[in-house]
Design a binder for this molecule. Structure first.
Ligand SMILES: NC(=O)c1ccc[n+]([C@@H]2O[C@H](COP(=O)([O-])OP(=O)(O)OC[C@H]3O[C@@H](n4cnc5c(N)ncnc54)[C@H](OP(=O)(O)O)[C@@H]3O)[C@@H](O)[C@H]2O)c1
Length: 261
C-alpha cells in the first residue's frame, strides 16, 4: 500500500458491483475515504464491509441516476460525512447487459430501453457532473497545483463499431465529449476531468452473457491475447485521480488490450 489517495474523499458511482466495486476497493487500499454508491443497498453494504474488513474507510450512499434529488443527496451526504469531495468516478451506467439490449440489433430496438438508457447514461451523468462540480471546485487549490478530479468511464467499443446494442453505444459515446468540455470549463478552477475508455473487462455481469462467439470476436480485435480484469480499470482510475496526474486533463486513457487505438 502506497497511500496515493491518503485522506482524499472519493465518490464512486456504480460501485455495488463490477468495475466500480474494484475501483472502490483499490482507492480505499490507497487511503481514500470512499463513498460506495448505486441503487442496490445489499450489494453496496457488501462492498463497504469488504473495504472495512481490509482496514479501509467506506460508507454507502444510495443513489439512482434517474432521480435528480438522489444525485444532489449523494453529494450533500458525502460532504456532510467527510467534509469535502476530492474525486468523482462516474462509472454507473445502464449497460447493454443490464438493460437487456445485448445481442439485439437496431431493428429490434426497444423504446423503453432507449428512454431508460438516455435517462441514466446522458441525463443522469450530466446531473451528476452538475451537482458534484461545486464541491470539487471547493476542494481544489489551483494556485498551489492541488487539484480535484473527475474520471468518467467510457467504452472503447464506440470507436470502431461493434455489432448490436445500438442504444448502449449511442448513450456511452458522449462521455468523451462531456469530459473534454468540462476539462476546459473547470481547468482554471483546478478540477481535472478525464475519461477511462474501457474495452471488454471480465466483470460478473459481462461474463453472464458472454458467448463463445463474442469472446472469439473480441480476442480477434485485441492486440493482447487476453481480456481485461476490473483491477485494470481501477488502476487507470487511480492514476488519473492521484496527484501523479496533476498535469493531465481532458484526456482519454484507453484500457482495452489494443482492441482499437
Ligand atoms: N465490463 C465491461 O466490459 C465494460 C466495458 C466498457 C465499459 N464499461 C463501463 O463500465 C461501467 C461499469 O460496468 P460494469 O461492467 O462494471 O457493469 P455492472 O457490474 O453491471 O455495474 C454497473 C453499475 O451501475 C449501477 N447503475 C446502473 N444503473 C444505475 C442507476 N440508474 N443509478 C445508479 N446506479 C446505477 C449499478 O448499481 P445498482 O445495480 O446498485 O444500481 C452497478 O453497480 C459502465 O459505465 C460501463 O459502460 C464496462
Amino acid at each position: 500500500m502506497t497511500r496515493r489517495m491518503k485522506d482524499k474523499v472519493s465518490i464512486i458511482t456504480g460501485s455495488t458491483s463490477g468495475l466500480g466495486a474494484a475501483t472502490a476497493a483499490r482507492f480505499a487500499d490507497e487511503g481514500a475515504r470512499v463513498v460506495v454508491s448505486g441503487r442496490n443497498e445489499e450489494r453496496g453494504a457488501r462492498v463497504v464491509d469488504g473495504i472495512r474488513e481490509a482496514g479501509g474507510e467506506a460508507a454507502f450512499v444510495r443513489c439512482d441516476l434517474d432521480d435528480e434529488a438522489s444525485i444532489r443527496s449523494l453529494v450533500a451526504e458525502t460532504v456532510e460525512r467527510y467534509g469535502r469531495l476530492d474525486n468523482l468516478i462516474a462509472n454507473a451506467a445502464a449497460t447493454a447487459t443490464g438493460s437487456g439490449e445485448k445481442g439485439k440489433g437496431i431493428l429490434e430496438m426497444s423504446n423503453e430501453i432507449l428512454e431508460d438508457s438516455i435517462a441514466t447514461n446522458v441525463r443522469g451523468l450530466l446531473w451528476l457532473f452538475k451537482y458534484s462540480l461545486p464541491a470539487l471546485v471547493d476542494a481544489a487549490r489551483p494556485e498551489s497545483k492541488q487539484t480535484s478530479s473527475i474520471v468518467a468511464i467510457g467504452t472503447s467499443g464506440t470507436r470502431n463499431g461493434a455489432p448490436g446494442s445500438p442504444v448502449y453505444w449511442a448513450t456511452k459515446a458522449p462521455v468523451e465529449v462531456m469530459v473534454r468540455s468540462l476539462a476546459r470549463e473547470f481547468g482554471g478552477a483546478g478540477v481535472r476531468v478525464n475519461c477511462v475508455s474501457s474495452g471488454l473487462v471480465e466483470t460478473e455481469s459481462e461474463m453472464k452473457t458472454m458467448t463463445d462467439e463474442f469472446r472469439k470476436y473480441v480476442l480477434g480485435l485485441n492486440a493482447l491475447p487476453y481480456f481485461g480484469q476490473p483491477e485494470d480499470i481501477a488502476n487507470a482510475c487511480l492514476y488519473l485521480s492521484s496527484d501523479e496526474a496533476r498535469y493531465v486533463t481532458g484526456a482519454t486513457l484507453t484500457v482495452n488490450g489494443g482492441a482499437s487505438f
